[in-house]
Design a protein around this ligand. Structure first.
Ligand code: SF4
Ligand code: SF4
Length: 116
């Protein structure tokens, strides 16, 4: 499943550089599927929805660092464990029970993000 950042986040910025998918953003930062991925132009999301990968999207949180669910692969294909959770000083990067995915689904998402 994807990882989610809770409101215990202290906005320390330690996790951002660790994410292999550029799925983590600062509070109130617009984001795009194309940020540091192979995606561009119109793409089909894992849920079948068609979106513009280059479009700037509304920040998920204006208070805390946040993770874009469709860009988070739990670090599958890169690392043995979620890197954001590994470095977070307050352990606020936790599994998102509302976005449960199998390892195969996460690896497919990784391939989709990086054009493999
Ligand atoms: Fe990024 Fe990995 Fe954290 Fe997901 S689990 S947000 S891919 S560092
Ligand atoms: Fe927030 Fe943890 Fe990331 Fe720091 S490492 S910004 S506390 S989620």
């Amino acid at each position: 499943m994807a990882i989610i950042i809770t409101d215990e986040c202290i906005n320390c910025d330690a996790c951002v550089a660790e994410c292999p998918n550029n799925a983590i953003y600062e509070p109130d930062q617009e984001w795009a599927y194309s940020d540091e991925t192979a995606l561009s132009g119109m793409v089909t999301l894992p849920n079948g929805e068609e979106v513009d990968a280059d479009a700037q999207n509304t920040p998920v949180s204006d208070e805390f660092y946040f993770i874009v669910t469709d860009k988070c692969t739990e670090c599958k294909g890169f690392h043995d464990e979620p890197q954001c959770a590994s470095v977070c000083p307050v352990d606020c990067c936790i599994p998102d029970e509302n976005h449960v995915e199998t390892e195969d689904m996460l690896l497919e998402k990784k391939a989709w993000l990086h054009g493999e």
